[in-house]
Design a protein around this ligand. Structure first.
Ligand SMILES: Nc1ncnc2c1ncn2[C@@H]1O[C@H](COP(=O)(O)OP(=O)(O)OP(=O)(O)O)[C@@H](O)[C@H]1O
Ligand SMILES: [Mg+2]
Length: 333
């Protein structure tokens, strides 16, 4: 097949905030995907969505399939824009459609859908105004997050608040930095889990990944903050979370967590691939935090490939499964 790989590249621009490029992909990820596709006999043209006029490129270059990992330029529909262009031009692509991508990028909207499907998710409130009254049913500790970001942008130890004063300070800081609505939700103490769904026939739900932050306690970080994600593995900083895949869960809990992730994937209408982040509270309730229809695919650092390896897949099998599922879908349409 003639495939175009669409991506956003991480840049080294010191004038931007430290987390500015966190959602974007490194040259390593891009070359690993190209290598995996070429191994299966495809020809691949990589396209940086930031520097390409997408409409005219795809209008003038017919391709069999787009392998899409692009997070988009900016704004609340950024991930949906390229798939919308491709739909308009009738070009098949991997992954979710603009509708699912647009909703999944919006944590509050996603949670409303989860609630309506009886999928547990932490109680929450969206702050459009800095001084709106706090819903009295919400119990501290609360966590304050930008409503429309990923890669833990805007999420640090100070995002977890224990009283109203620090809550309103954090809402103000978060809104000031990210210029968007802020979501405040109950902080769920418990195991951090992530579940990969890969639609490749029978083995749809990959082994659950558990991320244990107890070895990081001395660093002052104790959950998957931006700093934790950015520097994980750095022993000097003490940011050495331990990964367990499959997660250390009894069979019944494992099945429950998997079914919640699959229902989340289906409720949002995701295609081919997604990664759902979950916190399991002390009573064994799996609370869905959010779903990522464009999970990171770095072969050594990203969580999704770790799950695929635990399922016995090689990196090229993972990339091929995404591609094959998308091809099958486009054939049926
Ligand atoms: N309600 C919560 N209770 C406990 N921990 C939470 C909660 N919300 C977020 N966290 C912590 O913050 C991390 C990042 O939150 P979340 O997954 O919502 O952000 P994200 O930026 O969309 O992440 P991603 O990098 O997966 O796109 C979680 O993995 C978890 O460790
Ligand atoms: Mg997450």
């Amino acid at each position: 097949m003639k495939i175009v790989l669409t991506y956003n590249l991480k840049e080294n621009d010191q004038t931007k905030p430290a987390d500015y490029f966190s959602e974007f992909d490194s040259p390593d990820t891009i070359s690993a995907i190209i290598g995996a596709l070429e191994k299966k006999g495809h020809t691949v043209e990589p396209i940086n969505v930031k520097t390409t006029n997408l409409f005219s490129y795809f209008k003038n270059n017919r391709v069999d399939m787009v392998f899409n990992i692009a997070e988009g330029k900016n704004g609340k529909f950024r991930e949906a824009e390229l798939p919308a262009v491709l739909d308009y031009l009738n070009i098949p692509y991997t992954g979710s459609n603009p509708f699912a991508l647009g909703i999944a990028l919006n944590k509050g909207l996603t949670k409303k859908i989860l609630k309506s499907e009886d999928i547990p998710t932490p109680s929450f409130q969206i702050f459009k105004k800095l001084n709106a009254e706090l819903d009295p049913s919400l119990k501290f500790p609360l966590i304050v997050k930008p409503n429309l970001e990923g890669s833990s942008k805007g999420i640090s130890v100070s995002s977890v608040v224990h009283d109203q004063d620090s809550l309103y300070r954090q809402i103000k800081d978060t809104q000031g930095l990210y210029k968007q609505d802020v979501i405040v939700e109950e902080f769920i103490e418990g195991k951090e889990l992530s579940v990969g769904i890969l639609e490749n026939g029978a083995s749809k739900i990959l082994p659950i990944l558990e991320i244990d932050f107890s070895p990081c306690i001395k660093s002052g970080e104790y959950f998957y903050s931006w700093r934790m994600k950015e520097y994980q593995g750095n022993a000097e900083l003490g940011l050495i979370p331990q990964f367990h895949c499959p997660a250390r869960l009894d069979k019944k809990t494992e099945e429950l967590v998997k079914s919640v992730a699959l229902r989340t994937h289906q409720a949002l209408g995701c295609f081919d691939i997604s990664r759902t982040d979950i916190r399991l509270d002390k009573n064994g309730t799996p609370y869905v935090l959010e779903i990522n229809p464009l999970p990171g695919l770095n072969p050594t650092e990203s969580n999704f490939p770790i799950m695929a390896y635990a399922a016995g897949m090689k990196y090229e099998d993972l990339i091929d499964a995404i591609l094959m599922n998308a091809s099958e879908r486009s054939r049926l349409n």
